[in-house]
Design a protein around this ligand. Structure first.
Ligand SMILES: Cc1cc2nc3c(=O)[nH]c(=O)nc-3n(C[C@H](O)[C@H](O)[C@H](O)COP(=O)(O)OP(=O)(O)OC[C@H]3O[C@@H](n4cnc5c(N)ncnc54)[C@H](O)[C@@H]3O)c2cc1C
Length: 402
């Protein structure tokens, strides 16, 4: 047991998602050698949420609880965990305000993830569902069930068709995964409620010229083919400008009618970061230097969706992905102890491991090692990545920065 005054390094990691949990896990061994350093990990939940598996929850093929990993079982003994909500960051006082009181820090890691970005489209926040958390994803599947139940009771054919139409806004990986899952699951749900399966419709709306923006034309083509096999109606170049009770309005005036609207159109930094006075850039993400320290605040590191990291090789902002979050976490877990000990920091370098998207429960698309793969192999790859990630979370307990 150390006396409080012996501790001169108070590290606080805010957020136990892909980046924050991994920073905490990787610092376990270093902490065991530093009797004067303490690390407190703060999260609103007592579990780590497997966000990349949420499309399965939103489409009724996985239970919400199956996407939770209890933190207690995977945290190194040296990490002090606080389950509470972070309410403010006060950099000038080196203090994190939480629902359970203030927590002082000498070094802070901001890993609070992101929130849905609805680009302030009128009506969207009231009408659309956001599958970005496990309860949000569960809510999507509950809404689908309710819509089908109402369709079963509706006597007006137009209203029946509207209720049996599921509309997904945003044709990135999350939108594609959810639309494909809907198209697969809806017919079975319809027959359970006695609704003719030929009324099932799934529409995927994307503002850009193609789905999966940034992916190669070959990959987009393959994903589009699989969506077509599943009877997903893909609408590209369709900019959503409003939402009503009946449907999503696209530029040009057309109303895409539906019973459930899901928004998968992107993310932005949490409001708490905007309020902190720390420098933020595109989409409210924190501006960082090449060592992932927040600009002008060298004692604060940022990682994951919250950080605006520019890939020095391409000059582009890195996409908010789990893969990116994990690599950034590894870098922070190296640089933070180095900063404490006055050793040289390591610039962050992104190593792209590829891109995998499941399109339904059997097929997928992947771009790995310069190859484009489509079909069952790509889906198996996605399953393998999820399995491997779960194993790594357990394995990393007791791992540490050397
Ligand atoms: C539906 C969906 C599917 C996705 N699929 C993929 C995929 O297949 N592959 C991929 O690479 N990426 C995918 N992503 C992106 C990936 O999940 C994110 O990039 C990743 O989760 C970012 O990690 P993070 O650590 O920044 O944030 P998160 O993992 O979101 O963690 C943030 C943590 O902060 C906590 N937190 C937030 N605010 C507070 C607060 N005020 N107080 C206390 N705690 C707080 C949260 O509880 C959470 O534990 C997907 C995202 C979504 C939404």
């Amino acid at each position: 047991m150390y006396k409080r005054q012996d501790i001169d390094t108070q590290i606080v990691v805010a957020g136990a998602g892909y980046s924050g949990l991994h920073v905490a896990q990787r610092l376990g061994r270093w902490l065991s050698r530093r009797s004067n350093a303490r690390l407190t990990l703060i999260d609103q939940h007592h579990y780590h949420e497997l966000v990349t598996e949420l499309p399965r929850v939103a489409t009724g093929t996985r239970e919400e609880e199956a996407t939770h990993i209890g933190l207690e079982a995977v945290l190194p003994d040296q990490v002090n965990f606080m389950q509470t909500a972070v309410t403010e960051i006060r950099p000038a006082e080196r203090l994190v305000e939480t629902a359970s009181g203030d927590v002082k820090y000498s070094h802070l890691v901001l890993a609070l993830g992101s929130t849905p970005n609805d680009f302030q489209i009128p009506g969207l926040s009231e009408r659309a569902l956001y599958p970005y958390t496990s309860d949000g994803a569960r809510g999507v599947w509950e809404a689908v069930n309710l819509s089908v139940r109402r369709a079963a009771e509706a006597s007006d054919p137009d209203e029946r068709q509207r209720l049996m139409t599921l509309v997904v806004g945003g044709g990135g990986p999350t939108g594609v995964e959810i639309a494909a899952g809907f198209a697969e699951e809806l017919p079975e749900l319809a027959s359970r409620y006695g609704v003719p399966p030929d009324l099932c419709r799934t529409v995927l709306i994307e503002a850009g010229d193609s789905i999966l923006p940034g992916a190669s034309p070959a990959l987009v083509q393959r994903a589009s083919e699989i969506l077509q096999e599943l009877h997903v109606a893909v609408r590209t170049g369709a900019v959503i400008i409003g939402a009503t009770k009946e449907g999503l309005r696209v530029r040009g005036g057309e109303l895409v009618r539906g019973g459930v609207f899901v928004w998968a159109g992107g993310v932005k930094g949490p409001q708490i970061l905007a309020r902190s006075g720390l420098p933020t850039g595109t989409n409210g993400r924190l501006e960082v230097d090449r060592y992932l320290r927040v600009l002008d605040h060298l004692e604060i590191f940022a990682a994951g969706d919250a950080a605006l990291v520019i890939d020095p090789d391409t000059g582009r902002v890195l996409a908010p992905l789990a893969q990116t979050a994990l690599e950034e976490a590894a870098n922070v877990a190296h640089n933070l102890p180095a900063a404490v000990e006055g050793k040289p920091l390591r610039p962050f370098r992104f190593h792209d491991k590829g891109f995998v998207v499941s399109v339904g429960s059997r097929k997928g698309v992947a771009a790995v090692a310069g190859l484009t793969i489509g079909g069952r192999l790509a889906h198996a790859l996605k399953d393998a990545i999820e399995w491997e990630y779960r194993q790594s979370v357990k394995h990393l307990r007791g791992w540490g920065a050397a």
